[in-house]
Design a binder for this molecule. Structure first.
Ligand SMILES: O=C(O)CCC(=O)C(=O)O
Ligand SMILES: [Fe+2]
Length: 387
């Protein structure tokens, strides 16, 4: 455990008081920035340049009303089913109701657990040491479970509604505008912050590969879309340091030392309503606090990279595996985009589907059906890419 957090000596009530002030200031600053609104596309289908400018300036954008009520209900229902059938503990074969737990057929375990209100990553060498400082850990109420599900891994093979969201034409158009038409996938995970239980995600920057590349730039590590299934509030949300995606060298541990606490000055909450999607540059300093609030947050992440930052690049994954991404691997992994688009077309036939140029002409191989569910979609996340 590191010693840099002065908060470790604060009483729970003093900590709560300090957080209250920090929240109020952050909310005010977030409101003043105002880079939010619906996805605005021109008649040519391209994203409005004002949105792109705002994204590159601050490193994030809040797209309002991306998911309508019907789709939102389907997404919520799929997540609820996943949680209802979760194993009672990481190695258990049964769920809380004594039924066989979901997810044992997938190679990568879909459920990740943590102790309620803990910080499992901060100040450890996990995830390539990219979370250098431990956050304040709160004491859960009596009767809290020993472990809470904090993450689902592999949204697209776990939840059909998430696969349909993946093909969202507005989000695809945004990805194209930011990364070019040959954008490639990262991974798809669900962050779950149960009220009174959700653990923190210590301050970090997602990207770890290209900081020293001679052609490093503000978009070198791509971005994440974060779709909110419930309101994202100061108490449960991801906090960010706007503009930090432009800073090549930055010492999070020193920032916390300078602040005297985990409340880094200038950080703001990513506030939004159910159905909003945040776009967050993966070079931004960000993190979330233990969810001591009464409000559930469920966030569906789907990330994308510029192809040139991945193609033939050798990386060390967060779990230590060393991999070089070949054209064949990238091609196979991008099929999930085409299958997502087809799954969406079947469910929302009134929409104009996005056309993913790199796989144009391969639509017939990339239909969404029971065959591709088994042969392409199942275990697709073994091919996740990371930079
Ligand atoms: O949702 C959270 O609390 C953390 C999210 C995060 O770190 C990420 O999406 O990269
Ligand atoms: Fe992150």
């Amino acid at each position: 455990m590191n010693k840099v957090i002065a908060d470790s000596v604060l009483t729970a009530s003093a900590h709560a008081e300090a957080m209250k002030e920090y929240f109020a200031k952050g909310i005010e600053q977030a409101r003043a920035l105002g880079n939010r609104g619906p996805i605005r596309l021109g008649r040519d289908g391209k994203l409005h340049p004002d949105i792109l400018d705002a994204y590159w300036e601050l490193g994030f954008y809040v797209f309002e009303g991306v998911v309508g009520p019907e789709e939102l209900a389907e997404l919520r229902a799929d997540v609820a089913t996943m949680l209802d059938h979760a194993p009672v503990s990481p190695d258990a074969t049964l769920d809380a109701k004594g039924r066989p737990a979901f997810g044992r057929e997938f190679t990568r375990p879909p459920y990740r657990f943590a102790k309620p209100l803990s910080d499992p990553l901060g100040g450890t060498s996990q995830n390539k040491g990219r979370h250098p400082v431990k956050m304040h850990e709160a004491t859960p109420d009596e009767g809290a479970p020993a472990l809470t599900v904090e993450l689902l891994h592999g949204n697209l093979h776990l939840m059909d509604a998430a696969l349909r969201l993946y093909g969202h034409p507005g989000l695809m158009a945004v990805a194209e505008a930011v990364l070019g038409p040959d954008f490639v996938p990262y991974n798809e995970v669900t962050f779950i912050k149960q009220p009174g239980l959700g653990p923190s995600v210590a301050w970090h920057r997602d990207g770890t590969t290209h900081w020293d590349s001679p052609d490093w730039d503000h978009g070198a590590h791509g971005f994440n879309f974060m779709t909110q299934l419930y309101p994202s509030t100061a108490g449960n949300c991801v906090w960010i340091l706007p503009g930090s995606h432009k800073i090549r060298r930055l010492d999070i541990k020193q920032m916390v030392l300078d602040a005297g606490s985990e409340r880094i000055p200038g950080t703001i909450p990513l506030l939004g309503e159910a159905g909003d999607t945040f776009m967050l540059n993966r070079q931004m300093v960000h993190g979330s606090f233990a969810n001591t609030s009464p409000d559930l947050r469920v966030t569906l992440n789907m990330g994308f990279f510029p192809r040139a930052r991945v193609q033939d690049v050798t990386v060390t994954h967060l779990d230590g595996r060393v991999v070089t991404f070949t054209s064949e691997q990238i091609h196979e992994r991008t099929r999930m985009i085409a299958i997502g688009i087809d799954a969406r077309r079947q469910r929302f036939p009134e929409e104009t589907p996005y056309r993913y140029q790199p796989l144009a002409g391969e639509e017939n191989e990339n239909r969404w059906n029971e065959e591709t569910r088994l042969n392409v979609v199942k275990d697709y996340n073994l091919r996740d890419m990371y930079i």
